[in-house]
Design a protein around this ligand. Structure first.
Ligand code: PMP
Length: 407
């Protein structure tokens, strides 16, 4: 059903009025990247049309305007995730770069032979591979919290895996493959009892859940702008100030220095210490526009609408013979992953694309998780604020059509 408010929201997304293969686009690949509202598209054009300049260095008006807008975005992010200080907000290219930054700097300084890093069985590759590389280099041990049949984490086994050798827990808040919301606050508090630091992968959670990094008490939190209505190429790494201050630098270059001589370089204060070179100015500025868009609707309203879509889609999908939903946690975001016993996910995806329905099929960069469930991949429909129940009806009709064609 399209509510009047939902119509007004849909009208802000120009891409939703395009046709794909002769059909109205139905976009259900929001966990991969969300579509962008007109305000975001306009803000990008406005920056390049009116005040494109390099930041922090120039004394001219354009440079000052760009710098102010860039730093305003940092303040908006601070508020969005409840950080105590604006210096704790580091701009990155995305979640992947944020996690790699922590692995490369904090990890290389603090992880020693025999130390343990604990991740979970539902991590995205970007929260597996950087720790694997670090463990190989340092002779440290990577341990994994098992995933239960319903797609939740075994908290019992997590408790058993934690001990004094655990130096870091790197955990996804919301699974991109299953939609499971993990109890990260509890996970963090348990890790801290053993003196371990905790990095939260917030790539999927930041758009759906209220994030308060102080309340969570996480040590690091990484997310990407493009999954929350902002452009690609801009992300955020939050870190507690004392940790960011003590960590060695990441990339060397302009902006991250205080003074350079051939003998010795001193480094800039936070957050610039981790932002070497000319940053992604335009997309960083526009990240604030995307956060303003979310604020204008309200996270509570977003969650309410998306939960209705999730409940509706789940009940409709469950009624399809031979369809199995993977991941049935009580706490989920608006994402459903499913499989058929005798039909390959890609084949369904291709037929749905012919109906104008965009969704994701495959392993979703979570190959170990797919292996855990004994499947090559899933079909994943993920919903955003602009989706409707009518679109879900079209998905269900498209699935019946696929079954007919492929059986
Ligand atoms: N973690 C999770 C849970 C994700 O869903 C993604 C994106 N699919 C990432 C990390 C990586 O994000 P990015 O590609 O934007 O760096």
């Amino acid at each position: 059903m399209k509510t009047p408010e939902n119509n007004a929201i849909r009208a802000q997304f120009p891409i939703l009025s395009r046709q794909v293969n002769g059909k109205n686009l139905i976009y259900f690949d929001n966990a991969a990247t969300s579509q962008k509202p007109q305000s975001v598209i306009d803000a990008l054009s406005d920056y390049y049309s009116r005040y494109n300049a390099n930041i922090h260095r120039g004394i001219h008006t354009l440079a000052e305007e760009a710098t102010l807008a860039y730093e305003a975005s940092r303040h908006a992010v601070q508020e969005f995730i409840g950080a105590a200080m604006v210096e704790e907000i580091i701009f990155t290219r995305g979640t992947t770069e944020g996690i790699n930054l922590v692995a490369y700097t904090w990890g290389r300084k603090n992880i020693k032979a025999g130390d343990e890093i604990l991740i979970s069985g539902m991590e995205h590759h970007s929260n597996i591979v950087p720790w694997q590389i670090l463990c190989q280099e340092k002779n440290a041990v990577l341990k994994v919290i098992p995933v239960l049949d319903d797609g939740t984490l075994s908290m019992e086994q997590y408790r058993d895996l934690l001990h004094e050798r655990t130096k870091l827990v790197a955990i996804v808040q919301v699974s991109n493959a299953l939609g499971t919301v993990n109890p990260v606050k509890e996970i963090i508090s348990m890790a801290h009892q053993f003196g371990a630091k905790v990095l939260v992968d917030g790539a999927q959670s930041a758009v759906h859940l209220d994030i308060d990094v102080q309340d969570l008490d996480c040590d690091f939190f990484a997310f990407s702008g493009h999954k929350l209505y902002a452009p690609t190429g801009i992300g955020v790494l939050y870190g507690k100030k004392e940790l960011l201050e003590a960590m060695p630098v990441f990339q060397g270059g302009g902006e991250m220095i205080k003074e350079v001589s051939f003998e010795l370089t001193t480094y800039n204060d936070l957050p610039y210490k981790y932002e070497a070179g000319t940053p992604n100015i335009a997309d960083t500025i526009v990240l604030k526009t995307a956060l303003d868009f979310i604020k204008s609707i309200g996270k509570e309203q977003i969650r309410k609408h998306e939960n209705e879509l999730l409940d509706y889609a789940t009940s409709q999908l469950e009624s399809i013979p031979g369809l199995k939903i993977i991941g049935q946690a009580k706490e989920k975001v608006s994402l459903v992953s499913f499989v058929f016993e005798n039909i390959h996910p890609h084949d369904v995806g291709i037929i749905l694309d012919q109906q104008g329905i965009a969704l994701r099929t495959g392993h979703h960069c979570t190959q170990p998780l797919m292996k855990r469930f004994g499947i090559p991949g899933t079909i994943r429909a993920s919903f955003a604020i602009y989706n409707t129940k009518e679109e879900i009806d079209s998905l269900i009709a498209g699935i019946y059509k696929s079954i007919k064609m492929l059986s």
